[in-house]
Ligand binder design. Structure first.
Ligand code: S3P
Length: 171
């Protein structure tokens, strides 16, 4: 049963590892909306994995592609959209999000995030770095942007079902 909220796309923002993709997919199902994952759309558009884009083209090319893909998705019919953790670094993306989406910051403490990202090695920005140090540096730059979200949901407990409920309640 679709829950009527707004007419806007619901965009999940927050650091890597907070569960944007998993929670986004479940939230979309719950709301009867389509779901898109920005990183997967970037990979489809580029015909390369995110890791390969970083390795072969560099971060700034990745960011430019990310901004183009998110713009397209934000102009598509209403959906739940999981954005990459660094999406908010782009001023145009921030403006598009503000104009077209309800933004939800999925916030978790850095220890929780660090423990989650260590389980996978698919994140080019963490490669060869101490995860906690890298996450702290990211948080410092990005939290002011995430904090502009329309809704802030604490997902510290780590349970995805609770995060979905928390977002639905907050919308
Ligand atoms: C990034 C996060 C990743 C992906 C890329 C860069 C970041 O997405 O876009 O590796 O800058 O934080 P997730 O947040 O989905 O892991």
């Amino acid at each position: 049963e679709p829950i009527p909220v707004h007419d806007r796309t619901i965009a999940l923002v927050g650091l890597m590892g907070v569960g944007k993709s998993t929670v986004g997919r479940r939230l979309a199902k719950r709301l009867g909306l389509p779901f898109a994952d920005g990183d997967i759309e970037i990979e489809a558009a580029a015909g390369m994995t995110v890791s390969d884009i970083f390795a072969q083209l560099g971060e700034s090319e990745f960011r430019a592609g990310e901004a183009r893909v998110l713009k397209r998705l934000l102009h598509a019919p209403r959906m739940v959209l999981a954005t990459g953790g660094g999406a908010v670094l782009n001023p145009e993306t921030r403006a598009e999000l503000k104009a077209r989406a309800v933004t939800v910051w999925m916030r978790a403490d850095l220890e929780t995030v660090a423990s989650r990202v260590q389980r996978r090695d698919t994140r080019p920005l963490l490669r060869g770095r101490d995860p906690m140090e890298a996450l702290k540096a990211m948080a410092e730059v990005r939290y002011p942007f995430y904090a502009c979200a329309d809704v802030i949901v604490d997902v510290a407990s780590g349970a995805h079902g609770e995060a979905v409920d928390g977002i639905v309640r907050a919308l």
